[in-house]
Design a protein around this ligand. Sequence first.
Ligand SMILES: C[S@@+](CC[C@H](N)C(=O)[O-])C[C@H]1O[C@@H](n2cnc3c(N)ncnc32)[C@H](O)[C@@H]1O
Length: 547
Amino acid sequence: MKKGQVYEGTIESVEFPNKGKVFLPDEDKTVIVKNGIPGQKVKFSVNKIRKGKAEGSILEVLRPSEVEIEPACTHFGQCGGCTYQNLPYEEQLKLKESQVKAMMDEAVDGDYVWEGIKPSPARQEYRNKMEFSFGDEYKDGPLALGMHKRGSFHDIVNVEGCRIVDEDYRKILACTLEYARNSGLPYYHRMRHTGYFRHLLVRKAVKTGEILIDVVTTSEYDFDGSFRGDKWADELLALPLDGKIAGILHTKNDSVADVVKDEGTDIVYGQDCFYEELLGLKFKITPFSFFQTNSLGAEVLYETVRAYIGETKDKVIFDLYSGTGTIAQILAPVAKRVVGVEIVEEAVEAAKENAAWNGLDNCTFWAGDVLKVIDGLGEVPDLIVLDPPRDGVHPKALEKITNFGVEKIVYIACKPTSLARDLEMMQGRGYRVERMACVDLFPGTVHIETVALLTRKKDVERIDIEMTVDKEDVTEKATYQKIKEYVKEKYGLNVHTKYIAEVKRKHGLPMHDAPNRVDVPKRAYLGCPEEKVKAIEDALRYYNIII
Ligand SMILES: C[S@@+](CC[C@H](N)C(=O)[O-])C[C@H]1O[C@@H](n2cnc3c(N)ncnc32)[C@H](O)[C@@H]1O
């Protein structure tokens, strides 16, 4: 088999996210062909062979799959955004569920409850955010504004008929494209690093109907003079929209990276935020802060998280990777306290404001990298919710998270491959997967959210003592001194030896006066105050005595 060779074959299955498998009997080889659906007979060319593995790209669909339908979107196939518009929604769900389930069956040790896939309440026009790119339709062609063409680095497909956003987006897109074309200014060329127009960001709340529009350009031309940004805003404001424009913005971005980056945002009209409602709570959303892109689907996702976390009364919950604090605030009304950690400061500020609006005074939000701040929060959680970005949790952060030894962790993953990798480490550190479900927030596309409930294994303390702690060290009186110093320094608390003994007993740890008795009878309850129990537990984790 050589690069450039053309073959025909049938896609037997599709692995997450879009890896179709075609077996070629004559070559006795399976080739990965991207972006097809199971059952399609395709003609493809081989474009990569590495370490004996071959990849190809589809040139033509010779015979459709039996379940295939006419896609509602006229850009389907050309636009790189959607992959499954040609499958009935039920089939999309089946395919995504089987992909994730197969991956999880491999990643999970032992039995777990698979709860299937929950559909998105809206199957079309469900997105509350879209980032469109400027470019040309083809080399040196007219200015275009839309999505990247499938498989192309440069070409942009105008997506005036896009079905995953509603009519308001389509009107805003068409208006901006026409205005930009008439301005005669060039798009930003990603290889030459010259030009002006980069992206158009549109966000629209499903519940409040508020719309935020942001054009992202370089500073090569003058927004007011050359582009006449005020006139663009007038044209947008004159559009007959269902929703209401809350703000029109201009963001400058001169960086060479091809991402929407905020290097300064000016308000052209209205305000630089808008509001959405989820499960009866109100959320302020700023242009660049994370918010689930399918509001109705997000409600299903957060309901699942709430059900998985279970009883939260009198519990301290950590919401790690908290964005604008949605999960924290959904859990706060029935928890003792919720602590959110998020790296984007703007999102943290919004989270604080949101909590105040929603009348929640038991939420605290910290700005910073989970890895760096998690052990300096001065709190010990009872439960943890993790909703990391696509790459999952940094291994060192995961180590610290599991070190808290909480009873339950709920992990929300937008990329199941990252979850599968992180599960391996979490299972190795004393957790077991209880249940899992998928929630489809992205109909028509390959993406899917997966939620996993992990609980701490009952016998983990003892296993870990043997694995990580030298018995001498745990039983030595010197350890008591180390724990006292740690608690004093970190929490400003003095703890008596009898309290340390009480907490050790709670965890079934050997006592210094009875080194061979791990299961010390639960005799005296000495009344160690709860904050000291938590502080001592933190110290025990710090010294790897419990996890
Ligand atoms: C998938 S989002 C989840 C947001 C939130 N839980 C929600 O449902 O809206 C992941 C969030 O993690 C944040 N993030 C990424 N890396 C981070 C890090 N190292 N430490 C803290 N937050 C991070 C991102 O800014 C983003 O807001």
